[in-house]
Design a protein around this ligand. Sequence first.
Ligand code: G3P
Ligand code: CA
Length: 258
Amino acid sequence: MKFKNQLISVIFIFSLQSFADVKNVAHRGGALLAPENSISSFKNAIVLKADFLELDILISSDDSLMIMHDETVDRTTNGNGLLSELTYSQLRKLDAGRKFKKKFANEKIPTFSEILEIANKNKIEVVAEIKSTDSTAVKKVVAMVQNYKMQDRVILSSFNIDQIKEVRRLDSTIRIQLFATVNKEIIDQLKEINAEWIGSNEFSQEIIDYAHSKNLLFNVWTVNKESEMISLIKLGVDAITTDDPATLKKLTSSKKNK
Ligand code: G3P
Ligand code: CA
C-alpha cells in the first residue's frame, strides 16, 4: 500500500513537471494570432508569456539582418522579389501586416536588432533561425547576439548543420539547435558537437528518449492542436513550437494539469 502511494506521488510529480516545464516557443511570433515575424506577433507572444520568440533571419542586399521566413517578400507583404535583392530602405517601405488582416496595415518587416532589443527589455528568450545561406550570415548573426550580450538568451538554429557548427566555433556560449526530421544518426552527430537542442517535425517515444540519453533537449514543430500538444507533453518533449502560443499557455498553466 505504501509503495502504491509512493508510485502515485511519483506519477503526480512527473505530470506536474512535464506540463508546467514544457517550453512554449511562439513560431514566427505566433503566426495564427498576428502577422508572422512581425513586431505585433512578437509583442503578442510576450503578453501571452511564451518562453521563446521564434524568428527567421535573411539578409538584405545592403547587409541588414531582416526577419522574414520566405526568400521572397511576395506572400507576406505588398511587394515582390527576393529579400536578398532589396535594400533595407526598400524593405522598410513594404506593408507586412495588411495581407494578414486589415487592422495590421503598415506593419514593417522587423530587423533582428529590433527584436533582440524587445526581447532583452522583456526578458524573453529567442529561437533565431538562420535562413540566409550567405557565407557571411553566421558571422553577422553571432556578432549581433554578442553586441546585445544576449548569448544566454538566444538559441541559434538552422536546418544546415554546418551553420550551427560555425556558431559553436565562433562562440561556444551560445546554445545551438538543428532543425531536421530527426533520426539516431543525426542525434549522434549533434552529440559530437555538444549541441543543446534538436528541433524536429517527427517524433516517437524511442527517438525522444534517445535524444535525452545524449543530453539533447527535444523541440517539436509546428504543433497547433491542443490534443497533439497533450500527447507530446506526455511523451516528454522539452519544447513545443506553435503558431498558437495562447492554446499551449492555457494548457500548461491550467489547474487541471497541476
Ligand atoms: O521551429 C522550426 C521551424 O521554424 C522550422 O520551419 O519553415 O517554419 O522555418 P519553418
Ligand atoms: Ca523558422
